[in-house]
Design a protein around this ligand. Sequence first.
Ligand code: GLC
Length: 755
Amino acid sequence: MKAILTTGALLCAMTAFAQVPQLNRNNIDEVLKAMTLEEKITLVVGANRYVGDENGPGPAPGMPERKSVDMSGLVEQPKSDGVTAFSSGRVKGAAGDVVPVERLGITTMVLADGPAGLRIDAVRPGDDNTYFCTAFPIGSLLSASWDTGLVERVTAAMGNEVLEYGADVLLAPAMNIHRNPLCGRNFEYYSEDPLLAGKIAAAYVRGVQGNGVGTSVKHFAANSQETLRNGQNASVSERALREIYLKGFEIVVKEAQPWTIMSSYNKINGVLSSENRWLLTDVLRGEWGFKGFVMTDWWAEENGARQIAAGNDMLMPGTPHQYDDILDAVQSGRLDIRFLDDCVRRILQVMVESPTFKRYAYSNKPDLAAHAQVTREAAAQGMVLLKNESALPLVRKSKVALFGVPSYDTMVGGSGSGYVNRAYKVTVDAGLEAAGFRLDKQLAESYRDYVKHEKAKQPAEYFWIIPTVQETLISREVAQAAAKRNEVCVYSIGRMAGEGGDRTLTPGDWYLSETEQANIDLLCETFHKAGKKVIVLLNMGNIVDMGWSDQPDAILHTWMDGQEAGNSVADILAGKVSPSGKLPMTIAKSYEDYSSAKDFPMSNGNPGDVNYDEDIFVGYRHFDRHPETILYPFGFGLSYTDFAYSDLKAEREGDELKISVKVTNTGKRPGREAVQIYVGAPAGNAVKPVKELRAFGKTSELKPGASEVLTMTVKLADLRWFDAYEQAWKLDAGEYVISAAASSRDIRQNVTVTL
Ligand code: GLC
């Protein structure tokens, strides 16, 4: 009898087990059917709910590191909801984890920041290994390169670190429009123009995802400021949304199919993005064909039931309240379970592609040396030479009087989730010395002592706060002595920036501080009197007031270059690489000239509700109508050589325009040229910008006298404007002016096409 029972018991156990499907890419609906309600909610609410941060939403500046789900390895969670849940917690410092449902073979997923490189804990208690990641250049530098091939190479390396350190999704690229120069996160974002932003983001996604890991394109959408970001309402016309604030996301979704999208904290026309079904389902999926899943931004803990119903599939990082709320919503009928099933299905469809699901045996040993070389080369390709009156490149081994705190404590990246736990940083002074320049010893020693002394008084840098050292006033005798001893003067102006706050219209932020201005006055006076040049380096992720730009002989925007910064700057100053970056945003003569100036928080008195009354006329779309207010135009950047454009052709082929233009290096040094194609559309019955960027390309390095023909394609559909009244994209008949340009204000050739 006993034998029969045992066999019987075995059979029924096997049958039971046989009925429990184990997830694979072909049985997702079967697994979905087998899931209990609790298991479904377990998948959509992040693992942080196990350590529950009861403080509610909104990471405030200075907030300590997220209480990491401290469970090294697979650790059984408290069976708080009747489900044996495991959460990896295996990648310390990752921003979020998906709670697996082990019974059905549903694994965890590890979601980690950020746009300038993977952000995970590099040093871990009780672990002799280190997990440093490469700090790559910030977003604005990548777009300033106008080189999608370069961006793919950078993010191929970045994505390799995501893979080899055991993460599944990189929470990047960040691509909100530079609506106003004071937005605190502009350094992570790409441009005032949606085409440049979209194409750079698409290249970024291709590079990362080529490693078999995912991305999370963020922050969808209209997260154009940091002030009151968790609830701030952007009042935007549908035309401006479609043509400007959503267009970049549309391009990246259609061209690169990111695994995930991150919805933004803010409201759009009164509706929170994470609860906005028009945005997340009708447009993103219905119109653009997005196939991945949507996660909230962190602690966007709003109404979970409404978020799920809108098509926001995952609530990160997860709180106990969200779990309980969704359970109650389904059981009370407040949330139709079919919405929840859709979310679970989309998460599973992505999960089965992830390295964790495929049990990828990650090494924890990516090739950091190779990646350091990638970032060194990339940073040099994005720097923008704004002015050069026969000052650069420097003669080899020049004697350099290097001034400015940022020259010695160089800013290589911003703060917040976009920070990277890197192993080192090469500062400008170190890079210049390594390149063979002879730095003024007295100056270098006094700056290095000062920086060391000041830093000793500051808290250690960590992701949320990067303390900076106050600039010092240069004395006349020091400047005069240095002018005698050296051949050239280099002075750095630096600005830190970060998530969680916008910049201010104050000296030391948007404006130079009194000290910075006095230093520039003094250095230009003393070095010019000695017949020597003054070069200013802008070490910042964004821009500052440039009222002083007529004083120095050269200005190089070096952005924030990642960990090899000093070497990248030296490669440019030494002429090893010709600068080829071009501005991805306009630098106006004054802040008030920006079309959003009167309607940006802290300047409109009502930071909670910002009216985008400039509508589509943001950036060069505005400045083309007010060219007298431009100091340095969108798309502008000098080289160490010169380029001529010729043979511009534009032919219609079916529903595309084939455009080609020949670029010739007419100067004396090798260099690369970023070419912009703008199109001016016939007025039709809409108010339109003078012209809009519709394509761009960058030559390879051309030797003096060499030429290259760049060919670009523009879909006719991309020439349309959005008619909100008729809810349709319109291609007006008439004459279109196609311009090949070196910048938005330097049109080299025009041709017309009639459509
Ligand atoms: C942050 C940011 C987002 C980041 C996330 C995880 O608050 O807004 O960009 O990826 O939280 O750190």
